[in-house]
Design a protein around this ligand. Structure first.
Ligand SMILES: Cc1cc2nc3c(=O)[nH]c(=O)nc-3n(C[C@H](O)[C@H](O)[C@H](O)COP(=O)(O)OP(=O)(O)OC[C@H]3O[C@@H](n4cnc5c(N)ncnc54)[C@H](O)[C@@H]3O)c2cc1C
Length: 394
């Protein structure tokens, strides 16, 4: 450094993390453009009606549903970071339920088909799902078993060349619109963790009943279903992965679901932070912008620090995931931490908005309601803590 160089803090630097290349940033821009131009204008309406199915088709057309999926199935063949970019940019729709419905398709239902499915299953389900022509959902949770996945009761029993499925699933995102479900069942009650099997079940089969649309605190743009399966007959070719290994398959699936959920939590927190920062610069009280009260400034400093720590955890863990590791402890920590800070940030942002924070018009209360799910869905905080604690042999 020469004496004439005066280094200034680089606050305005593009916030590109080292995992992202210029191509990722270009992808980010094109997704953001699409989200702001084609999705965000409908956000208010879709909070009332749930988002329409054409969103899947349009995103399929643009290649956004298969960013990290192999080209041989119509995907873009990108790395895992492209999936992170999508999850991050979807927050600009300001429609949490939409991001969740898409994530169920791309990061919950598709990965087990890709990893465990037969070539035939990939052609039948994965290819049209990447095109946005078939919508998928994932059925783990039941009225009597959510956290305790091993406690599920949905049963599949062999009958000749077929299986007969009976049971129910609840809280199923995309459950009303889906063409197919990745379904977790018990095939052998005596076999403990080795008694579970996944199935790929078409939702138009006799005996599949979409019972009711569940009403929720937030994520209103998504559809959430209670489903019943009554003597649903599927051929043996509907088994996804290995018979008896469904529990392990679904535990693997949950890792990707949690990591993408963590990325969504961080992006959601950043989004509500940015909106609130703008507000704090414009809103005045006692003759000055509220952001210039030291107490408010410190609130932003606390929030920004929380967001940044969560972001670093997500990116570092994503780097390990991308490099073929199976970092269950770190994924669990990232999911726990990101979900918690997102809810804390959204809550603080309501406070900074004062009465306006409580009003629908400003959309901050909606962010809080939407983000609140992240401490429950894909495994609750308590289950995350248990997984982390057990990983130390406790
Ligand atoms: C909007 C929404 C969308 C969802 N989408 C889907 C979906 O698409 N597919 C799907 O399969 N599921 C979905 N879920 C279900 C979600 O994954 C479950 O709600 C979640 O795993 C918790 O299960 P539970 O609701 O049965 O709670 P429970 O398991 O009944 O837990 C109740 C409370 O007890 C605590 N608890 C339970 N066990 C323990 C323990 N061992 N130690 C300490 N505390 C414990 C929990 O942390 C929680 O606080 C969705 C849920 C919601 C709300």
């Amino acid at each position: 450094m020469t004496t004439v160089d005066v280094l200034k803090p680089d606050f305005a630097a593009q916030r590109k993390h080292f995992i992202f290349t210029d191509e990722h940033e270009q992808l980010r821009e094109s997704i953001r453009r699409f989200v702001i131009n084609e999705l965000q204008p409908h956000a208010e309406e879709w909070e009332e009606t749930t988002f329409p199915d054409w969103v899947f088709e349009r995103m399929g057309e643009l290649g956004f549903l298969g960013l990290d999926k192999p080209e041989q199935y119509g995907g873009q063949g990108g790395d895992y970071y492209t999936a992170l970019v999508l999850a991050e940019e979807l927050v600009h729709a300001h429609c949490g339920g939409l991001g969740m419905g898409i994530a169920v398709q791309t990061d919950m239902a598709m990965p087990p088909i890709l990893k465990f499915g037969t070539e035939e299953q990939k052609r039948e389900w994965l290819v049209p799902a990447i095109q946005g022509k078939k919508i998928l959902c994932l059925g783990i949770s039941e009225p009597d078993a959510g956290s305790d996945v091993a406690g599920i009761k949905t049963r599949a029993r062999r009958d000749g060349d077929e299986y007969v499925i009976d049971g129910s699933k609840t809280f199923i995102t995309n459950g009303h619109r889906a063409h197919g479900i990745v379904l977790v069942t018990k095939t052998d009650h005596e076999a403990g963790y080795d008694g579970f099997t996944l199935f790929l079940v078409p939702m138009d089969l006799p005996g599949v009943i979409r019972e009711k649309r569940l009403e929720k605190l937030g994520m209103h743009a998504s559809d959430t279903a209670l489903l019943a399966f009554q003597d649903v007959r599927v051929p043996a070719s509907a088994v996804l992965g290995q018979i008896g290994k469904g529990f392990y398959h679904i535990m693997w699936e949950l890792q990707g679901e949690r990591l993408i959920g963590a990325a969504g939590s961080v992006a959601g927190a950043q989004h509500v932070f940015d909106r609130t920062l703008q507000y704090a610069k414009e809103r005045t009280a006692f003759g000055r912008a509220i952001g210039h009260f030291q107490v408010t400034r410190h609130k932003f400093a606390e929030m920004a620090t929380k967001i940044e720590t969560a972001r670093q955890m997500v990116y570092t863990t994503a780097w390990r995931f991308q490099h073929g590791e199976y970092p269950v402890r770190e994924i669990t920590m990232a999911k726990l931490h990101a979900a918690r800070i997102a809810v804390e940030v959204a809550d603080e942002c309501i406070q900074i908005h004062g009465g306006n924070g409580y009003m629908k018009e400003y959309g901050i209360e909606r962010s809080w309601r939407d983000l609140r799910l992240n401490r429950i869905g894909a495994g609750t905080d308590e289950i995350m803590l248990d997984v982390i604690g057990r990983s130390y042999g406790l």
